[in-house]
Ligand binder design. Structure first.
Ligand code: SF4
Length: 209
């Protein structure tokens, strides 16, 4: 897989640190395409720090971009280690660091990782995806690539609860926080209910992607 890629904007670089994801969203672009922009994002080993920096350098170096986004064909917080090691260097180089996440990071790691992320990430966007738990479970099919202490995947509903909790607490910890839904998967009323839910959780930014 390519570890760094450009997509849509010449001023923004995306980082692809893992193919692991706790969801299998109906609408996920990775179900239909091998990559995005100039990157092939499926398969192969996950990068270590040196491999990721080499990939960034191949794209022109961190200094060539105003924003660098953790977002690939997987849930970036599976690579919390990489996010924490690499992001400060990117910030020192002048880039703003954004994380696009499904909000399962605390459940994935079995501990609160909000502060660990907030130390190294400027902006976070959480995939809310639905106005309620049943719609979320239907659309996102959570419960993959991870097990709890008993060796089982957590129940699907716990991923909804974890995402809401992450979004709510992120609003108190990050400089900029947003929630998003995928427009073509929801009715207009469901989009408005999702917007209301995000506001209730203290999130002032909302995007229909
Ligand atoms: S959470 Fe993101 S990467 Fe994972 S399946 Fe859904 S859209 Fe794809």
């Amino acid at each position: 897989m390519d570890y760094a890629y450009r997509f849509a904007s010449a001023d923004r670089l995306y980082l692809n640190g893992t193919n692991r994801c706790s969801n299998r969203c109906d609408f996920c672009v990775r179900q239909h395409r091998p990559g995005l922009g100039d990157g092939r994002l499926w398969g192969g080993p996950e990068p270590d720090e040196a491999e990721l920096f080499a990939a960034i350098d191949e794209q022109g170096g961190a200094g060539a971009f105003s924003e660098i986004v953790w977002c690939g064909f997987g849930e970036p917080t599976f690579r919390l280690d990489l996010i924490r090691a690499v992001s400060p260097v990117l910030q020192q180089g002048g880039a703003r660091v954004r994380l696009d996440t499904n909000g399962h990071g605390c459940l994935i790691h079995g501990r609160d990782i909000i502060n660990e992320l907030a130390e190294v990430v400027d902006e976070v966007w959480v995939s809310l995806n639905a106005p309620d738990v049943s719609t979320y479970v239907n659309l996102c099919d959570p419960g993959h690539d991870m097990v709890n202490q008993a060796g089982d995947p957590p129940v699907p509903e716990s991923f909804w609860d974890a995402m809401l909790d992450f979004l709510k607490r992120a609003c108190q910890s990050f400089e900029v926080v947003g929630a998003s839904v995928v427009g073509h998967t929801l009715e207009p009323g469901e989009i408005e209910s999702s917007r209301d839910l995000a506001e209730t959780l203290g999130c002032s930014r909302f995007r229909v992607r």
